[in-house]
Design a binder for this molecule. Structure first.
Ligand SMILES: *Cc1c(COP(=O)(O)O)cnc(C)c1O
Length: 393
């Protein structure tokens, strides 16, 4: 009998030949500044745990208390019987924090983006999208069946040109950008995009996955960072990165949220968060307001690490945030750098084509508030040593 799935095996063998086959590294401790992966203690520069909240005592306690009180599951999707008071509390907490009318929480940031774009637009509509927007936005665009117009990265003039061309063309227009781009760590040009959207009557949407908890007052995101409150109609955030838990959310008008309650497919057809997740997320927003020093430490660590990598001679690209790429050229070289770093006790992921353009392969580093200066210095020492060995600096 021939195996009808044998083409999968052939593809995997090809990846192995090209050197792009990826084995999963297994985390055997908590996700923290130093973690154990595959039996080895390493400095973790590969997590999105920006504020160190994955192990925060208040979040742990909230999760345990909710589990003791309410059990481990919600029992249903939100629209049947799976809306718990904890879910409503979390949505109200986020809406107040973001200074918007209302919020809806999804099971992940991915579901929030894909579910929202696909719900609010249809085949007669138009999406104007930055070429480096996240995969979940791209999937949402495809699911909506709207016409997709991609503009060059951060090119406000090009986005405006597309909007101008669509003037008088039937259908709604959605202008959409990441708040912080996850591969280069650069910030989306919100003020310019907001103005372009306003001039052409487009819906403005921002995905703040890497900006929530990082930019703006107490981590309120790019809308707060650029002070464009009330001018972004759809704000997406994640609970899986700086918040340290799991989930995604959409913030906006009460009408937008009510509409999504009725039409967003991941909300309608996939079970809601367990009590522990919702409770830990509520506690995380309390921590954002009560412990602003975490964000200060994150930025102090970011400035120090970036400055020292650049001084050592590494190409760190155009980053403006705690995401700092070390650009090395070809994908095989990035993966080699990542392996050598790991051997020396530093975890940083190698990323190549098609995630980033050919010739721009990199190792991506993310420092957190939880890293001590001593840990950063040790990581920098490893970078210098391996960089010299590989002829990168
Ligand atoms: C990580 C990420 C998401 C997805 O968030 P999850 O909560 O992990 O599903 C969406 N958009 C961007 C820009 C991201 O970086």
């Amino acid at each position: 009998m021939s195996n009808p799935l044998c083409y999968l095996h052939d593809q995997i063998e090809e990846w192995k030949r090209e050197g792009t086959y990826q084995r999963l590294r297994v985390l055997e401790s908590a996700s923290a500044a130093e973690s154990r992966f595959d039996g080895k203690e390493v400095i973790n520069l590969a997590s999105n745990n920006y504020l160190g909240l994955t192990t925060h005592p208040k979040l742990r306690e909230a999760a345990l208390e909710a589990t003791r009180k309410y059990g481990v599951g919600s029992g249903a999707v939100r629209t049947i019987s799976g809306t718990m008071s904890l879910h409503m509390q979390l949505e109200e907490r986020i809406a107040a924090f973001k200074q918007v009318e209302a919020c809806v929480v999804f099971q992940s940031g991915f579901a929030a983006n894909a579910g929202t774009v696909a719900a609010v637009l249809g085949p007669d509509d138009h999406i104007i999208s930055d070429e480096l927007n996240h995969a979940s936005i791209i999937d949402g665009c495809r699911l909506s069946k709207a016409k997709i117009h991609v503009f060059p990265h951060k090119d406000v003039a090009a986005a405006e040109k597309i909007l101008a061309k669509l003037e008088g063309v039937p259908g709604r227009k959605l202008l959409i950008s990441d708040g912080v781009f996850s591969m280069d760590g650069d910030i989306g040009p919100l003020p310019g995009l907001v103005e372009a959207a306003e001039r052409h009557g487009a819906i403005m949407m921002v995905d703040d996955a890497h900006a929530s908890g990082v930019l703006g007052r107490n981590g309120r995101g790019t809308v707060d960072h650029f002070d464009v409150h009330g001018r972004v109609h759809v704000q997406v955030g994640t609970l899986s990165k700086a918040i340290g838990v799991l989930g995604g959310y959409v913030c906006g008008s009460r009408d937008l949220i009510e509409f999504l309650y009725h039409r967003a497919r991941p909300f309608l057809f996939s079970t809601s968060h367990p009590p522990a997740v919702a409770a830990a997320c509520v506690a995380a927003f309390d921590v954002l307001e009560q412990e602003p020093e975490r964000i200060e430490t994150l930025w102090r660590n970011t400035r120090y690490f970036k400055q020292e990598l650049t001084a050592a001679g590494f190409d760190t690209g155009i980053s403006e945030t705690p995401i700092t790429p070390v650009i090395v050229g070809e994908a095989a070289r990035a993966h080699q750098l990542s392996r050598e770093l790991f051997q020396e006790g530093v975890l940083a992921t190698g990323i190549g084509f098609p995630t980033v353009p050919k010739g721009k392969a990199r190792v991506r580093t993310i420092v957190t508030a939880a890293h001590t200066r001593e840990e950063l210095d040790r990581a920098l020492g490893v970078f210098r040593k391996v960089g010299k060995k590989m002829g990168l600096v």
